[in-house]
Design a protein around this ligand. Structure first.
Ligand code: ADP
Ligand code: MG
Length: 686
């Protein structure tokens, strides 16, 4: 349970003063629901207040602080026009204070005529008048309490910076002094302030790097500690040592020999699986590096030992594809492979559940559905999670607790992420890397073209298709909504059908499952030659005959995402092309980003660049799935602090695995503060 000391911070924001229905939407858009959300809504920049006593010496556009006297009220005849208060400075210069909203009572009360006030706000030129909209008003003797620097916050329509500052002030009054969780010598070395002071300091002065670093460290530390707890709890569970005899693997008839990297990775997995503690291993390999084969070998290892294996895919399309691929690779082997997704209902589902329970099914492939309560395995020995970045630590934990004896866990990701990120998000796991591509890979040529040359693109597509090739056409993210993605894809498919007829297929995220499958199957079987798609084809889809991919609105995608998309081609024996269509008025950064795509096919370099340009959520693809990206820590913070946070967390767990000591208790507070409740739940009696 969350410690009481944090309760005020987790109070709903609706309890704050001055929160009307008008603020509900803007706050929701910013994800601000509780005091803690506001407290961690740190300022993004600042303006320095220009203190003056003469309006005619102040610049419009700047935030000023000045003593003024109200001399007149200007109510308006129209209900929609604002209420104005005419103010003068000591030299007789005028400015209007502007109040929107119906009730003119409170500005009158706040600003009685002829009583000087200290006013602060952004001076604006309105026609040849000066005005300040919704200023701060203080009695002149309190002028010195106004900080010289004003924090600027991320806002949303309907929410002003002043309002935000007021909410932050309220959140800060709810922020308690918290016990110190940072290791004393580190705290002393860094000269960091205590938590509450650090928070107040960052809000008061967004440029306070030291206070920010402390808050960032807290967040990174909480993350590391949570991962260590996952690891500790997994290590404490008993797993089943698995040692297959190799008889099924020997029966595999592959058209190729495994690469050295595949052998090495499998060797590491085999070693882990033989242990009595459950494996926690991450298999990292760029698109096309051949992770599926490694997974199959691991699954067969389990089946040889009389156990079952499960493989989890992030989407229906991928689950079906893995199912087909595994069946094809394992054809002729006495291995029963089944599929289970949310779509399977009724008798089919019943039969699968039976087969799992009685052990007649050896390997189950599926989506989230394979986690459900009703799914009982006879002897689950290995769980493989493909394209992990769509899943979070919480899901990994859920899977681990599925069986009485924990299954071995293999997580696969195609996102080649920098080491600091691996530590941040997969810190509880050992890592195997497929750092070698299968031989004979055809190069992918990447071209960037202006979208205005669409006719040429369609001509190139026509030549490609006439030559017997297949192609993907990926449609841009119009807005951040599936509906508009769908509209864009439908329109593109429509216009291409005008030229290519029923050789054009369409697949998008909002299609019904069976329709999606049908479209994918038609393309895989070369019954359609052009597949118009949204990013649903982003991960893992494998149609080797497709050697051209056209990506519309390429500048709107993240680089890591473009790299994933591009990885859909270059899988067959023909050289491939990736055409990136860009908008016309591209900024410097967008140009640089697309140029990098043209220049390199090195996923690692691309991920590093993306991390710098767009942040961790983008690289990991967690933005959409809603797994909390870091709120406070920037990539620079992570790079600078993750190693000490990791050491610190490690040491703490070694000394005090139950987090019972004084510092352990403080660390629990830190975990709850960053909502790692599930991790604390792993403590015995936690
Ligand atoms: P990913 O790592 O992206 O999941 P896949 O497992 O889908 O990659 O493999 C990509 C392609 O490479 C597949 O068509 C697969 O059959 C092929 N492949 C895998 N291993 C080898 C190998 N050792 N030699 C040649 N081709 C391979
Ligand atoms: Mg794959």
């Amino acid at each position: 349970m969350r410690p009481d000391i944090l309760n005020p911070l987790f109070a709903e924001i609706s309890l704050f003063k001055g929160i009307g229905p008008a603020l509900a939407r803007p706050l929701e858009r910013l994800g601000l629901a509780r005091a803690v959300d506001v407290a961690f809504h740190l300022p993004t920049s600042w303006v320095d207040r220009h203190l003056t006593d003469r309006l005619d010496m102040a610049d419009a556009g700047r935030v000023i602080g000045i003593e003024l006297t109200p001399v007149d009220y200007r109510a308006s005849s129209s209900a929609r026009a604002p209420f104005r208060v005419d103010m003068v400075d000591r030299y007789g210069n005028h400015v209007a204070l502007v109040y929107f909203g119906k009730n003119s009572g409170w500005p009158r009360k706040l600003l009685p005529l002829n009583e000087p006030k200290y006013i602060s706000g952004k001076l604006e030129a309105y026609g040849d008048m000066l005005q300040i909209v919704h200023p701060d008003v203080l009695p002149p003797e309190e002028a010195s309490t106004l900080p010289a620097r004003e924090s600027v916050y991320g806002l949303s329509e309907g929410l002003t910076n002043n309002r935000m500052r007021d909410l932050v002030a309220q959140a800060l009054t709810r922020a308690p002094d918290l016990p110190e969780w940072i290791e004393p010598s580190l705290l002393a070395r860094k000269d960091w302030p205590a938590w509450r002071e650090a928070l107040a300091r960052v809000h008061a002065d967004p440029a306070d790097a030291m206070a920010r670093a402390r808050l960032a460290y807290d967040e990174i530390f909480a993350g590391q500690l949570a991962l260590m707890l996952v690891r500790q709890s997994s290590r404490r569970r008993r797993g089943v040592p698995i040692q297959g005899d190799g008889r099924l693997r020997a029966m595999l008839k592959l058209p190729f020999a495994p690469t050295g990297a595949q052998r090495r990775a499998f060797g590491e997995i085999e070693g882990d699986m033989a242990q009595g503690t459950p494996m926690l291993r991450l298999l990292q390999g760029d698109v096309g590096s051949g992770k599926t084969l490694v997974a199959l070998m691991a699954l067969l290892n389990a089946v040889e030992a009389g156990m079952q294996g499960a493989m989890l895919a992030p989407t229906e399309i991928l689950a079906r594809q893995h199912y087909e691929t595994l069946r094809k690779m394992a054809s002729g082997l006495p291995v029963e492979i089944a599929i289970l997704t949310g779509r399977d209902k009724g008798k089919v589902r019943e039969a699968t559940l039976m087969g799992l329970a009685d052990g007649s099914i050896d390997i189950l492939v599926g989506t989230h559905a394979i986690f459900q309560e009703a799914v009982q395995y006879k002897a689950l020995g290995l769980a493989v999670i493909d394209e992990q970045h769509r899943f979070g630590v919480a899901q990994r934990m859920m899977l681990a607790s599925k069986a009485e004896r924990s299954p071995h866990l293999l997580v696969m990701t195609a996102t080649p992420i920098p080491r600091t990120l691996t530590l941040t998000y997969y810190g509880e796991m050992e890592v195997s890397r497929l750092d070698e591509m299968p031989p004979g890979r055809q190069p992918i040529q990447t071209l960037v073209m202006a979208a205005t040359r669409l006719d040429e693109v369609v001509e190139a597509l026509a030549r490609h298709v006439e030559g017997g090739g297949q192609a993907y056409w990926v449609c841009p993210l119009v807005e951040e909504s599936e509906t508009s993605d769908q509209a864009a894809a439908e329109m593109r498919a429509e216009s291409l059908r005008g030229r290519f007829g029923d050789r054009v297929g369409l697949v998008h995220g909002r299609m019904k499952g069976p329709d999606k499958d049908a479209a994918m199957e038609a393309f895989a079987a070369n019954r359609t030659q052009i597949l118009v798609a949204t990013t649903v084809i982003e991960v893992g889809v494998d149609v080797p005959n497709s050697s051209l991919i056209i990506i519309e609105g390429a500048d709107r995608f993240g680089l890591a995402q473009l790299h994933q998309l591009r990885g859909r081609v270059g899988r067959g024996d023909k050289p491939s092309t990736c055409l990136l269509l860009r908008g016309n008025a591209l900024g410097e950064t967008s140009r640089a980003r697309l140029a990098l795509m043209r220049e390199t096919n090195d996923g690692f370099r691309i991920a590093e660049a993306d991390l710098e340009l767009r942040g961790a959520g983008e690289v990991l693809g967690t933005r959409q799935s809603g797994e909390a990206a870091l709120k406070v820590a920037t990539p620079e913070h992570v790079a600078a602090l993750v190693d000490s946070a990791r050491d610190d967390a490690h040491l703490l767990i070694e000394r005090d695995g139950g987090l019972d000591s004084v510092r352990g208790q403080a660390a629990r507070v830190c975990l709850y503060l960053f909502e790692k409740d599930a991790a604390v739940g792993l403590l015995r009696g936690g």
